[in-house]
Write a protein that binds this ligand. Structure first.
Ligand code: UT7
Length: 362
């Protein structure tokens, strides 16, 4: 049976930074509090659409794998902030990349979207239905944030990350070894974004209360710690591996304290846990592929390593993927394209949010 091996990786983070000092000007918060409670120092705010971020991450991942878009059988885009609902972001990517032989669909499992997508891909590769798949996590989360609401806006950033999965029959046993997925709709009420569905009738006006992301921070924190630890444990058990055999954990970058607490429960020491939340905050479905890219570029993954991807998100959903890394930790090629440049400041980019969500604030 073939296994799903990651052979290419890429990311696209937009250039405009939202620092903790910038946030101090927008809401009642401060750098010390944010760093101590979340580990985040800055995040990126996109001047383009999530499809544009996805496209560049995709081109970089394809170059890294050394394959052409026409080689792809399937494109999955994990996102909860698609530019539009239909056509899907994946279908738009199919056209932009010229991936003429690929099926394409979006997958929404919020922050667990990449882990869910990797699990779907694993099943399809193992059953022989597909051989080469591009998975992209892409988000423009600033669209749903009220930057006067300090309980939510400090956490999130925009970005995209992609990975190419290929079917391999490798004697070294590389590839995805096991997965664990789950959800709990009742707990899902702790984290809600009620906009952009077909609720109500077409003439309804958009209510800022519904259009802004809301969650119960402490409840989500606890659910996330328990959920990540339990899911990763189940996936490792299925793979017949102990936590002492794990070389690298790439967790969803929600909050440094969530990552620390969850991996402590797992009994995995911090040196084996990759974090880049300091630079990008929580980018939902994009966070794992961005972190995977950064871990590889930083030399944190070696050939043959046991790597665990683990996430928790809205729904609520959770997912973990255990894999043995292949023999290559360097990209085969590089895509040199860039996003269009911008002169906009971070405050220019956030002004529409401020006008919509909090028009009466100072
Ligand atoms: O992908 C999933 C998306 N959601 C999440 O990941 C959220 C998970 N939850 C968390 O990350 C944390 O719960 C938060 C970062 C949201 C909050 O951290 P916390 O340690 O749970 O803080 P808290 O809500 O218990 O608030 C502690 C204090 C409160 O003040 P009082 O009542 O003790 O006077 C808050 O009002 O900190 C205050 N506070 C802030 N202060 C400065 C809350 N947010 C802020 C802020 N800046 N941004």
């Amino acid at each position: 049976m073939p296994r799903a091996v990651i052979t290419g990786w890429g990311r696209c983070v937009p250039p405009v930074r939202l620092t903790n000092a910038n946030l101090e000007r927008l809401c009642d918060t401060d750098d010390d509090w944010i760093v101590e409670r979340t580990g985040i120092r800055e995040r990126r705010i996109s001047h383009v659409e999530s499809t544009d971020l996805a496209e560049l991450a995709a081109r970089r991942a394809l170059a890294s794998a050394g394959i052409e878009a026409t080689d792809l059988d399937l494109i999955i885009v994990a996102t909860c902030t698609p530019e539009i609902l239909c056509p899907t972001t994946a279908a738009m990517l199919e056209e932009r990349l010229g991936a003429d032989n690929a099926a394409a669909f979006d997958l929404n499992a919020a922050c667990s979207g990449f882990a869910y997508s990797a699990s779907v891909v694993t099943g399809m590769i193992q059953s022989g239905f597909v051989e080469r798949v591009l998975v992209v996590g892409a988000e423009k989360l600033r669209y749903i944030l009220d930057y006067r609401d300090r309980s939510t806006c400090i956490l999130f950033g925009d970005g995209a990350g992609g990975a190419v999965f290929e079917a391999r029959d490798t004697p070294d046993g590389a590839g995805v070894l096991s997965v664990d997925l789950g959800s709990d709709g009742e707990l899902g009420r702790t984290m809600v974004w009620g906009h952009m569905g077909s609720k109500g009738d077409p003439s309804r006006t958009v209510d800022p209360e519904e259009a802004r992301l809301q969650f119960e921070g402490q409840a989500v924190f606890k659910i996330a710690v328990q959920g990540i630890a339990a899911s990763a444990t189940r996936a490792l058990e299925r793979a017949g591996l102990g936590t002492d055999e794990v070389d690298v954990v790439i967790p969803h970058q929600a909050n440094a304290r969530i990552i620390d607490a969850a991996t402590r429960r797992l009994g995995i020491d911090p040196e084996r846990v990759f974090q880049n939340i300091e630079h990008f905050g929580n980018t939902a479905a994009a966070s794992i592929p961005i972190a995977l890219h950064d871990a590889l570029e930083a030399g944190c993954i070696a050939p043959g390593d046991i790597v665990v991807l683990t996430a928790f998100g809205g729904g609520v959903t959770w997912g973990s993927v255990v894999m043995r890394w292949g023999d290559r930790v360097e990209s085969l090629g590089t895509h040199h394209g860039e996003l269009p440049s911008t002169e906009a400041t971070v405050f220019d980019l956030l002004q529409p949010n401020l006008d919509f969500f909090a028009p009466d604030a100072d």
